[in-house]
Design a binder for this molecule. Structure first.
Ligand code: NAI
Length: 366
């Protein structure tokens, strides 16, 4: 099994065909959805603007091969709603949106394809702002800049910007610290055991932060070279990709795929806390209930993985300065503490509390 086939499976799982475009289960309706195509470059893109209640819809662009166009549509609709909740929880003055570009069987000219996508983004006149997501790179964003003002995640010499993954990792790290303090009563991560599923852009930075804080690492990745590096650099214990979710650890950090927490995996979990970067970790809302019943504290992905969007949002607003971004991302820890207080007070699950909290914030900030 290689990384692409595995990721493809997870994305397929996330992409079942929608039963109704105007009222998906658990979804508020979208404000607008643009189908953009360009014959010359082979572009077929869906730009989903879920909500502009808090400001322009902001969320990345996914470049992926889908089984069919409806699966791509479902992905765009689900992901854009997730961005509304994530941006609201992060107190950003942005709404939620997301784009997917359906990967053509043959890419003749990647630059031209993304230029056409950039023109489609521009046609929305600022209702949607794009950035990196699965399958897109800082180079794609850089190229698009000639065709739209509404793009972020662009490396700039001498100032912060570009790849959001280190900031995403920092947000997850401070969330793990806050979770460990609240659940285990520990003031720091020294000796705390963390299982990392996925050592990619976010997972690797997270491993660095955790190692520096004295945590013990158990790691798995379908790419064995990354696992070897983690063993050498962090003294990490390697386990197989089939064993990582059930590792005997304090914290499980899913940093690879969506839907890893499901009816098959949850009964095997040994961790007390789940806190990782992967989007849509719960296969279904009721999987959050099952985790809660098992006494496992799940820190919702929409809350803890907002560091990247905070970074690209600041970059877009020209509010650069590395330290200010890090301070803003660090505040995710306060929200984790507040969430756990609300969970204690209500008896509801963290996933349901975070969802209701985010929905209450889907209004324009004062
Ligand atoms: P990435 O593609 O750089 O890393 C994913 C890693 O997971 C790769 O090393 C891959 O080999 C590994 N992997 C794939 N299947 C696996 C399996 N079954 N078991 C173990 N490892 C496996 O992606 P990135 O950027 O690090 O993102 C990770 C997750 O975090 C994704 O779900 C992404 O949507 C989410 N995320 C990323 C953000 C960012 O700033 N990059 C922001 C918010 C969410």
């Amino acid at each position: 099994m290689n990384a692409m086939t595995d990721l493809a499976r997870a994305l397929t799982h996330e992409s079942s065909i929608p039963s109704s475009l105007f009222g998906l289960p658990d979804q508020a309706p979208h404000e607008r959805v643009l189908l953009a195509s360009d014959e010359a470059t082979g572009l077929k893109a869906i730009i989903a603007v879920h909500s502009t209640a808090r400001g322009p819809a902001f969320g990345g662009c996914r470049f992926w091969s889908y089984d069919n166009e409806l699966a791509a549509m479902n992905d765009a609709l689900r992901l854009s709603q997730g961005m509304s909740l994530k941006n609201a929880l992060a107190d950003l003055p942005f709404g939620g949106g997301k784009a997917v570009i359906i990967k053509p069987a043959e890419i003749k000219d990647r630059g031209a394809l993304f230029a056409a996508f950039g023109r489609a983004v521009q046609s929305l006149d600022g209702a949607y702002i794009t950035a990196e997501d699965v399958g897109t790179t800082t180079a794609d964003m850089l190229g698009m800049q000639k065709h739209t003002r509404y793009v972020s995640g662009i490396p700039r010499e001498g100032s912060f910007g570009g790849d959001p993954s280190p900031k995403t990792a920092w947000g997850v790290f401070v969330s793990i610290e806050a979770g460990v303090k609240a659940v285990m009563g520990r003031a720091d991560l020294n000796g705390v055991c963390v299982a990392l599923q996925g050592l990619g852009a976010v997972g690797w930075h997270l491993a660095e932060f955790l190692h520096k804080a004295g945590a013990k690492l158990v790691v798995a990745d379908v790419d064995s070279a990354k696992v070897e590096r983690a063993r050498a650099q962090f003294g990490a214990t390697a386990v197989s990709v089939n064993e990582i979710l059930a590792a005997d650890v304090d914290v499980l950090a899913p940093c690879a795929l969506g839907a890893s927490l499901n009816e098959r995996s949850i009964p095997t979990l040994q961790a007390r806390i789940v806190c990782g970067a992967a989007n849509n970790q719960l296969a279904t809302t009721s999987d959050g209930d099952t985790l809660h019943e098992r006494g496992i504290v799940y820190l919702p992905d929409h809350l803890v993985n907002a560091g990247g969007i905070i970074s690209v949002a600041r970059e877009f607003r020209g509010e650069g300065e590395e330290q200010a971004v890090i301070s803003e991302v660090s505040r995710i820890a306060d929200r984790v503490t507040e969430l756990l207080d609300r969970v204690k007070a209500s008896g509801e699950t963290p996933a349901r509390v975070a969802d209701a909290w985010a929905r209450s914030k889907l209004v324009r900030p004062a």
